[in-house]
Design a protein around this ligand. Structure first.
Ligand SMILES: Cc1c2[nH]c(c1CCC(=O)O)Cc1[nH]c(c(CCC(=O)O)c1C)Cc1[nH]c(c(CCC(=O)O)c1C)Cc1[nH]c(c(C)c1CCC(=O)O)C2
Length: 357
């Protein structure tokens, strides 16, 4: 309707997390500069994390509000990123519900008695919201400390959690998971329903305590065909987002190797689609369409290269990101353990320098 040719003025940086550049980019609104954060920014790449965590088991650290608060804040202080993401793990809701999940150092989540039968699915314990008091305490403390910096809450998507439950640990092909999906479609659907319910409880607890955006990690969804994803997985991921009800927080939906699934990943109810490094953001923008923003997609391995290479790749991602409705700069997957933290700080500064309006 408007014929005013002058572009919208750049907003001044906000003092409210709900009005931050992260939230605005997620909604496709004008930003003062492209917001940047890094998946797995809190954790193993930081020496201050390694010394704080020494002697504490990962899953205990995740349930200690003071430790969660400090670890979550570390990368915000160090890198000047535009968002914090709660320090936790996608398997935490399963642990709190009473499943015998362990995180083995150097391996990842391991389950003693994997889910292999219909009876195993029906025997899984449910997550009680009342058990998440530690999480609410951590989020409230964090929000108080973070000031204008937004906190992202997160959960693992039903499919990715199911891969750990069925395989019993990390796997490459997820063959047992797919076999169960094909052989026991009804039990599969009940399993993913249960996981969707607990993911929604986990997200609601974080949002109700003050997280202003959420990310659903379906890290391993890229192993599925589009048809199987659409029919057997997407409805359950959508149920997680629907479980947020009227909570008006932007929803980020991420998976690895999902180039062929991007339109569907958006359709599951995302405001922002997370993209790994395999396809450029301009192509990703074409695939998700004009109604969603993008997050990504610097290859985490680029951070192990020389500074000139890092700068060239950051510039490319920033330029290609300009074709999206909104862009949140991030890596295409988590920070690799050997990453020099100085490289992350540099990337955050460079993105800000290149995009300040
Ligand atoms: C594969 C894996 C999981 N859980 C774990 C592994 C092995 C990790 C490894 O040694 O590399 C165990 C784990 N998870 C996390 C830690 C601690 C810190 C660290 O190593 O950096 C550890 C030891 C933090 C985390 N783990 C996760 C987060 C949340 C979000 C984030 O910071 O990006 C954190 C702090 C989320 C998570 N957790 C998991 C997945 C698939 C995801 C989704 C993100 C992804 O695909 O990488 C399962």
């Amino acid at each position: 309707m408007s014929s005013d040719p002058t572009p919208a003025p750049a907003p001044v940086p906000s003092t409210s997390p709900a009005e931050s550049d992260l939230v605005r980019a997620a909604r496709g609104l004008p930003v003062s500069r492209t917001p940047v954060w890094f998946m797995r920014q809190a954790g193993r790449s930081l020496p201050e994390y390694r010394s704080l965590r020494a002697g504490t088991v990962m899953l205990d650290a995740c349930q200690d509000p003071d430790m969660v608060t400090e670890i979550t804040l570390q990368p915000v202080r160090r890198h000047g990123v535009d968002a914090a993401i709660l320090f936790s793990d996608i398997v935490l809701p399963l642990v709190v519900a009473g499943m015998d999940v362990e995180i083995k150092p150097g391996i990842g989540p391991v389950i003693d008695k994997p889910v292999r039968s219909v009876a195993d699915v029906d025997a899984l314990p449910a997550l009680e919201p009342e058990a998440l008091g530690f999480l609410e305490t951590a989020v409230r403390q964090l929000v108080a400390e973070l000031g204008a910096t937004p906190l992202i809450g997160f959960a693992g998507a039903p499919f990715t959690l199911a891969t750990y439950l069925i395989e019993g640990g990390p796997s490459k092909e997820h063959a047992r998971t797919k076999a169960f999906m094909y052989a026991e479609p009804e039990a599969w659907s009940r399993l993913l329903d249960k996981l969707a319910v607990s993911a929604a409880i986990f997200l609601r607890a974080q949002v109700d305590a003050g997280a202003v955006a959420v990310q659903l990690f379906d890290s391993w969804a890229g192993v599925l065909s589009a048809a199987d994803y659409a029919e057997r997985v997407l409805p359950h991921s959508r149920a997680v987002f629907d479980g947020l009800g009227e909570r008006d927080v932007p929803r980020i939906h991420f998976g690895v190797g999902t180039g062929e699934l991007l339109p569907l990943i958006g359709d599951a109810g995302a405001d922002v689609v997370g993209v790994d490094w395999r396809i450029p953001l301009d192509e990703a923008a074409r695939r998700v369409g004009p109604n969603r923003s993008l997050q990504g997609n610097l290859d985490p391995a680029v951070l192990l290269a020389d500074r000139a290479t890092v700068d060239r790749e950051v510039r490319r991602v920033v330029e290609q990101g300009r074709t999206a409705r909104g862009h949140i700069f991030n890596l295409g997957h988590g920070v690799l353990p050997d990453t020099d933290p100085g490289a992350l700080t540099h990337v955050a500064e460079l993105v800000h320098e290149l995009t300040t309006r």
